[in-house]
Design a protein around this ligand. Structure first.
Ligand SMILES: Nc1nc2c(ncn2[C@@H]2O[C@H](COP(=O)(O)OP(=O)(O)OP(=O)(O)O)[C@@H](O)[C@H]2O)c(=O)[nH]1
Ligand SMILES: [Zn+2]
Length: 350
């Protein structure tokens, strides 16, 4: 990703042009965001990472006001003045700080202060950003997912699962096999693509958490394999969030694809059969552009998206575009028909 934008709930974020500084590109450091409902085990996971020997240099940022309202947050910030508190160096190569509010600013300060890290971990909510881990409470997760929200609002727990690259169902000690199977099924029904781990005290294989590479175009081959396994999901608990996926053979027009994605993500132009606008929370895909030998990867979180060429050469013939959208009011057939009629190169359309 070449830009990050803060976002409040479902408001459309302001898109800000990114000025690229002169000189060689700065080395990119993977950022993993740990999110999840109140008390699910995010801090437990961060503490586990801070104490476990992993031989990686990691910066951890704890957001004290992660779940508060924007108003509460700004009050807290203006009262405290300082953006972040003290830095704590830990023996296993971790550096830890406590953020008052703006996570992105903290990352910038961190880069200036300490230079190079292998990873940055951030506990927060509401950021549109690479590499998202969602911790779910095995005991209360189902209840949180079924909570009815006022008209038009997406259930927060469902939204956190929809955006995740990895979910950790934590506190498995508190449930029996049957309850565990129920929450697993509920998570899968929201997000047909996400990896699901189970844990007690958030103790998971850290290589799974630290090496997500979800927005890394080097990982194109891996995503292409994953996309082939994705299945459509049926709305289950939160009545509207679900995953749709489709495959279309042929080459795409790059311009037409941008128009399609922007109509979908920004203009909310597509409606389902009931006339409700489709809202996409997460998009992923591997697509083929005419004349390009390499696969191109689509990654999107809410209204932000990127199209990046991957090192992966096309081997299939014909080339198969694979797309996955997670969101609400999605109608697979309408999306797929629109895609075929507007994005596929003329010669392919029949
Ligand atoms: N029984 C049980 N309790 C757990 C487990 N993991 C964490 N807890 C407890 O759950 C509580 C909340 O854990 P935290 O790690 O603070 O959760 P959090 O997501 O950071 O919470 P907030 O920051 O308040 O949203 C603590 O009392 C933990 O000790 C687990 O696997 N089993
Ligand atoms: Zn916490």
């Amino acid at each position: 990703m070449d830009g990050m934008v803060m976002e409040e709930e479902d408001d459309c974020p302001e898109l800000v042009p990114i000025d690229t500084p002169p000189g060689p590109p700065a080395e990119q450091i993977p950022v993993t965001i740990i999110t999840g409902y109140l008390g699910a085990g995010k801090t437990t996971l961060l503490n586990y990472i801070l104490t476990e020997q992993h031989k990686k240099r990691i910066a951890v940022i704890l957001n004290e006001f992660g779940e508060g309202s924007a108003l509460e947050k700004s009050l807290a910030v203006s009262q405290a003045g300082e953006l972040y508190e003290e830095w704590l160096e830990l023996r296993n190569g971790c550096l830890c700080c406590s953020v008052k509010d703006n996570g992105l600013k903290a990352i910038e300060n961190l880069m200036e202060k300490k230079g190079k890290f292998d990873y940055i971990l951030l506990e927060t909510t509401g950021l549109a950003d690479p590499g998202i881990v969602t911790v779910i409470d095995a005991k209360y997760g189902l209840q949180q997912l079924t909570e009815e929200k006022a008209d038009g609002l997406v259930n927060e727990a469902a939204r956190q699962i929809a955006v995740a690259d990895l979910t950790i169902i934590n506190k498995t000690d508190l449930v029996n096999e049957e309850e565990l199977a129920q929450i697993r099924e509920a998570v899968r029904s929201v997000n047909g693509l996400v990896k699901i781990l189970e844990s007690q005290r958030s103790r998971v294989d850290l290589s799974e958490v630290l090496d997500l590479h979800s927005f890394d175009s080097k990982d194109g081959a891996n995503l292409a394999e994953k996309l082939q396994l994705v299945k459509d999901t049926r709305p289950h608990l939160d009545k509207s969030i679900l995953t749709v996926t489709f495959e279309v053979a042929g080459d795409l027009s790059e311009d037409a694809l941008n128009v399609f994605i922007q109509d979908l993500l920004w203009e909310k132009m597509f409606k389902n059969k009931e006339g409700q606008p489709m809202t996409v929370i997460r998009s992923k895909g591997i697509v083929s552009f005419a004349g390009k030998a390499h696969q191109v990867m689509l990654q999107g979180v809410h209204e932000l998206y990127d199209l990046n060429e991957t090192p992966q050469l096309w081997e299939e013939n014909p080339r198969i575009n694979r797309l996955v959208f997670i969101g609400r009011n999605l109608d697979k057939n309408i999306l797929q028909e629109q895609f075929i009629s507007t994005v596929l190169e003329q010669a392919e359309r029949k």
